[in-house]
Ligand binder design. Structure first.
Ligand code: ZN
Length: 439
């Protein structure tokens, strides 16, 4: 009875807050959880609950999955804005529930922070868990990556629902063995693409077999430690593949899966992996994904393209070395002359420790100038200088507006990389500059 009352009150609150403030974030979820710590248990969900977790790409993948559901004429309730901790998920459910907590939808799809998977799904039923990748990220908050994987592994020991795993990430595929009784494990994989390498180019993890500590043998690396691996001792890596993406053409965003050709707006191997995970979900639930993938736009600074007075600008989020390496890889695969803006902050959400920038591979081609900005403009400038880039061509600016102004002094193509809290201010500064310049 008490929980029903909390639901009713918070539902009314969420409605009220929405009227006054469009983006209410996690506020209502926080209040609801304070009033009743287990409130999430009291939502009545009668449709499949899908969760997506990863270090990188969970927001994009959740958005793609939710979009596939909608394109099939069905209703999805999703935290597409990326509020991925328990209070954010409560907020999402409150917004979409009836006054008594009933969720009317065909699917609930949730992006969930890695460390919150066991917390949230101890309380609500989970039908399908999708795991994309595990990289070094936000060490201050999560602790060591291995501890995080073990936490999810522990949760999976008794889990019998569907498990969709990236078979090209040895940190992820191992989760398929957490519960030997679970027959619902599905692996997806992306076949070697044109920029795959024989040796590892970027700092990565997971080079040893998690079961017997033998060094893993790689046929190729797609990026970081993602690739075709195998343990010579126990054959770890040789799983039966449920969904394989083949014939990848990154430049045109094209690939083939289950004999269907997909044309997408993606331009990175990274996005292709997000699509592969989403396709595995679609296949499992018998949904058509062709139209959804053809029209899905990557936006919100996640590989977003903005034109500033005729100057092509590509913005990407990078909150850890892999994210940054993938952005730099896209830059390297582009043969045009270009300039780079790198914005680095060190707020709580970023993690105060910015030492991860030393794991970025700054081997870059055809970049004629680099501007740095953000609270740690000088740290990133020094990092880039140390990589051997001509120091006279690096310009640090603490003020973001100054940095953007300096960036557009020339009309050369721009690449922008910003970390978590820097991303939206950077987008805004660029859009402001664009607007101002037009007058
Ligand atoms: Zn092994």
């Amino acid at each position: 009875m008490y929980n029903l009352l909390v639901l009713v009150i918070c539902k009314i609150l969420s409605f009220g807050i929405r009227i006054f403030k469009k983006n209410s974030g996690n506020v209502v979820g926080k209040i609801a959880r304070k009033l009743s710590p287990d409130i999430i248990k009291y939502f009545k969900i009668n449709c499949p609950v899908i969760a997506i977790t990863a270090t990188n790409g969970k927001t994009t993948s959740n958005n793609v999955i939710s979009y596939i559901v909608k394109k099939n004429g069905k209703k999805a309730v999703s935290n597409t804005e990326g509020n991925n901790m328990e209070t954010g998920i409560i907020t999402t459910l409150l917004k979409s529930s009836s006054i008594t907590g009933k969720i009317k939808a065909d699917f609930v799809t949730l992006e969930v922070d890695e460390s919150y998977v066991p917390v949230v799904f101890e309380k609500i039923r989970l039908d399908t868990l999708i795991v994309l990748d595990f990289f070094r990220d936000q060490l201050d908050r999560n602790g060591e990556e291995e501890a995080l994987i073990l936490k999810i592994n522990e949760f999976l020991k008794t889990y019998e629902g569907n498990l969709i795993l990236n078979n090209d990430d040895p940190n992820v595929a191992r989760l398929g063995r957490a519960n030997p009784d679970n027959k619902n494990v599905y692996y997806f994989s992306v076949d070697k693409y044109e920029y795959a390498t024989e040796t590892e180019k970027e700092a990565g993890e997971g080079k040893f077999c998690p079961f017997d500590k033998t060094r893993l043998e790689y046929e190729y690396y797609q990026y970081s430690h993602i690739g075709k691996f195998r343990c010579p001792t126990c054959n770890y890596g040789d799983e039966e593949i449920f969904l394989e993406v083949k014939n990848v053409n990154v430049k045109d965003g094209m690939f083939v899966a289950d004999d269907v050709e997909y044309k997408t707006l993606a331009n990175s191997i990274y996005a292709i992996y997000n699509f592969a995970a989403s396709l595995a979900f679609a296949k499992l639930y018998n949904l058509d994904a062709k139209e959804a993938l053809a029209t899905f736009k990557l936006d919100n600074g996640r590989c977003e393209e903005i034109e500033v007075n005729g100057c092509k600008t590509l913005i990407n989020l990078a909150k850890n070395p892999t994210g940054a390496n993938v952005s730099l890889r896209i830059l390297n695969e582009d043969s045009e002359e270009k300039e780079l803006l790198f914005v680095l902050n060190d707020n709580i959400a970023d993690g105060f420790d910015v030492s991860w920038i030393w794991d970025i591979n700054f081997n870059i081609n055809n970049v004629t100038r680099i501007i740095t900005s953000g609270q740690r403009a000088y740290d990133i400038a020094i990092r880039i200088k140390t990589s051997g880039f001509d120091a006279t061509k690096i310009e640090p600016y603490l003020e973001l507006d100054e940095a953007v102004k300096a960036l557009y002094k020339t009309n050369v193509k721009k690449y922008v990389i910003a970390n978590y809290t820097a991303l939206q201010p950077t987008r805004k500064a660029i859009l402001n500059y664009k607007l101002h310049k037009k007058k």
